[in-house]
Design a protein around this ligand. Structure first.
Ligand code: TYD
Length: 334
């Protein structure tokens, strides 16, 4: 078995590769990654020397790079490559359309031309849009509201169109908010954790009562692998941790973890434009397939806090250079 993983130097992709190599001894992995700001070779230092792992530097928007990564063939493609940060998509949408829609198209063309047996698109619960009540099911209409989620929805629609039009062997997973080791420190949990390690304040958007469903990255990676191996072609599977929390609840958990107080370390800042209040997904379909999340949330957060404490050498270089520019642009005048 040989799988092509795209975006394997990112947060969820690198955790997926580590899990897959550990649990599937016969598996070979090719990792095609563009090494954008979020694609970090340090995420996979521990597997670089594994003879079953091959890295290819390239962009999924480039058909020649995709062809080079496929080489003389792969049994499956799992597409993790994406621009993912909502706030960056508000500042600068174009790259999101390119990677998340056009990049998906280039991969789907390769699936068609090379007759690849399985293609899994890693998507997000954000494509359902703001969910006021109840839980999104896979057949719900897509109502994305940010440039990021609209780009991911565009990718999903391309995947489904290739199923309908060409009978392409596709699967889609829609994951909930993910946390854990190796997450780039622009996202809520690693940003707040690393700020608190440095005794800095944490910027809470608006009233902080927005709700997300949180899942540990290992559960997410397991869910994707389960759907890849057992999912029914043409189907979509929601994957979520079943841990709905407000941003204020997350903030308090992190403040407690670092023994900091709300009064001294929370900075209330202007809300994100078009901020979705709530995401919630029904995961019965993935559970019926035999997957369920294993990591208890408070335990997962404790371990994640410990990981960021112990891996300063990993995240500190990321919070310099380009990141500081971004942080200023995003937060300085808020
Ligand atoms: P984020 O990690 O950006 O994921 P997403 O927006 O894709 O769900 O943000 C999670 C939530 O935390 C979201 O409601 C926005 C909020 N948030 C803050 O309040 N402050 C911040 O500095 C960041 C990055 C996020």
């Amino acid at each position: 078995m040989r799988w092509l993983i795209t975006g394997g130097l990112g947060f969820i992709g690198s955790n997926f590769i580590r899990l897959a190599l550990r649990e599937r001894p016969e598996l070979q992995i090719v990792n095609l990654d563009a090494m954008t700001y979020a694609g970090n070779p340090a995420n996979l230092r521990d597997v670089e020397a594994d003879a079953r792992y091959r890295f290819v530097h390239g962009d999924i928007c480039d058909p020649a790079a995709v062809a080079a990564a496929i080489g003389d063939g792969v049994d499956a493609i799992v597409n993790f490559a994406a621009e993912t940060h909502v706030d960056r998509s508000i500042l600068d949408p174009e790259q999101f359309l390119r990677t998340d829609i056009l990049g998906t198209h280039v991969l789907l063309e390769a699936v068609r031309e090379r007759g690849i047996a399985r293609y899994l698109q890693v998507s997000t619960d954000e494509v359902y849009g703001d969910v006021h009540a109840g839980e999104s099911v896979e057949s719900d209409p897509l109502r994305p509201r940010s440039p990021y989620s609209a780009s991911k929805a565009g990718g999903d629609l391309q995947v489904l169109a290739y199923r309908t039009t060409y009978g392409a062997p596709v699967l889609i997973t829609r994951g909930s908010n993910t946390y854990g080791p190796y997450q780039y420190p622009e996202k809520l949990i690693p940003l707040f954790a690393t700020n608190l390690i440095d005794d800095q304040s944490v910027p809470v958007y608006g009233d902080g009562l927005q709700i997300r469903d949180w899942m540990h990255v290992e559960d997410h990676a397991r869910g994707i692998m389960h759907v890849l191996e057992h999912g029914e072609l043409g189907e979509i599977y929601n994957i979520g941790g079943g841990n709905p929390r407000t941003n204020l609840e997350i903030t308090r958990l992190l403040l407690d973890g670092f023994a900091r107080s709300f009064e001294t370390h929370v900075r209330h800042v202007a809300d994100r434009a078009g901020h979705d209040r709530r995401y919630a997904i029904d995961t019965a379909k993935a559970r019926a397939l035999g997957w369920s999340p294993r990591v208890e949330f408070e335990q997962g957060i404790r371990e994640t806090i410990a990981w960021y404490r112990e891996n300063e050498a990993w995240w500190r270089p990321l919070k310099s250079g380009e990141f500081l520019e971004y942080y200023k642009r995003q937060y300085a005048h808020r």
